[in-house]
Design a protein around this ligand. Structure first.
Ligand SMILES: Nc1ncnc2c1ncn2[C@@H]1O[C@H](COP(=O)(O)OP(=O)(O)OP(=O)(O)O)[C@@H](O)[C@H]1O
Length: 236
């Protein structure tokens, strides 16, 4: 399906999530609402422990809320039959985490191929796409290097290529530049903007960096379990 820029891609309404800590229940998300529009780069900020990762996991169908809905193109992802969420994640969502999560014994190219192999894509086409993505990330001469032979910035760019190989509609990134120096972080964000502009790729990025948050299309803040808009100019 081809959405137009600005259509609602993901709609989160009234999401509640509590964890048990010792004998107490700690409410992390309390009636959180947000919408992700096709073609935007949306930032989510908030204090440490505010629940940003929890929210991102729920948005991507990695975790379930106790109450509330997540609709992807109008379909409630938690109200479908068994096996739906796995398929949903494979087909529609890409994840990039702070700690990269690459497999250490496999090369950059092999790591990038994995999600496509798991979802049963045709191998030659998949390989072309993986090589194309890694080349776009400036890693053409690093295809056969293992993560231990790559810099932090290069490793994170491989993680970005891997998250895009299945051509996801929505890419969810949890503090993707948290372990990078400012030069690698800028290079990563330049790629994000480039992919957004050229392929209309939609991103949600959790970040602690005011500099990155200010550079995004729109920023929401997670405070006391709720989502609030924040004026980018007021981000310090
Ligand atoms: N599986 C879990 N079991 C119990 N508590 C959890 C679990 N996952 C998260 N929490 C708690 O929920 C709260 C929110 O965690 P979360 O990781 O979503 O916050 P965050 O805003 O992403 O934090 P940070 O910016 O430090 O990464 C924290 O207090 C955390 O300890």
């Amino acid at each position: 399906m081809n959405d137009s820029r600005g259509d609602i891609l993901l709609n989160v309404t009234g999401v509640w999530k509590a964890y048990r800590r010792n004998s107490e229940s700690v409410e992390v998300l309390k009636d959180a609402d947000l919408q992700v529009k096709t073609g935007e780069i949306l930032g989510i900020v908030g204090a440490s422990g505010a629940g940003k990762s929890t929210l991102l996991h729920i948005m991507g169908g990695l975790d379930r809320p106790q109450k509330g809905k997540v609709e992807f193109r109008g379909q409630d992802i938690f109200a479908q039959k068994n096996g739906f969420l796995e398929q949903f994640r494979n087909r529609h969502i890409g994840f990039v985490f702070q700690l990269f999560n690459l497999l250490p014994d496999f090369t950059a190219l092999e790591n990038t191929l994995f999600p496509g192999l798991i979802s049963g894509q045709e191998e030659a086409e998949l390989r072309d796409r993986a090589v194309g993505l890694l080349t776009q990330m400036g890693l053409k001469d690093r295809l056969h290097h293992k993560p231990g032979e790559l810099s932090g910035g290069e490793t994170q760019r491989v993680a970005l290529a891997r998250s895009l190989v299945n051509q996801p509609d929505l890419l969810l990134a949890d503090e993707p530049t948290g372990n990078l120096d400012s030069k690698s972080s800028d290079a990563f964000m330049d790629l994000v903007r480039d992919l957004n502009k050229k392929s209309n790729q939609t991103f949600v990025i959790v970040t602690h960096s005011p500099r990155i948050a200010k550079s995004l299309d729109r920023v929401l803040q997670l405070v006391d379990g709720e989502i609030k808009p924040i004026d980018k100019e007021l981000i310090l």
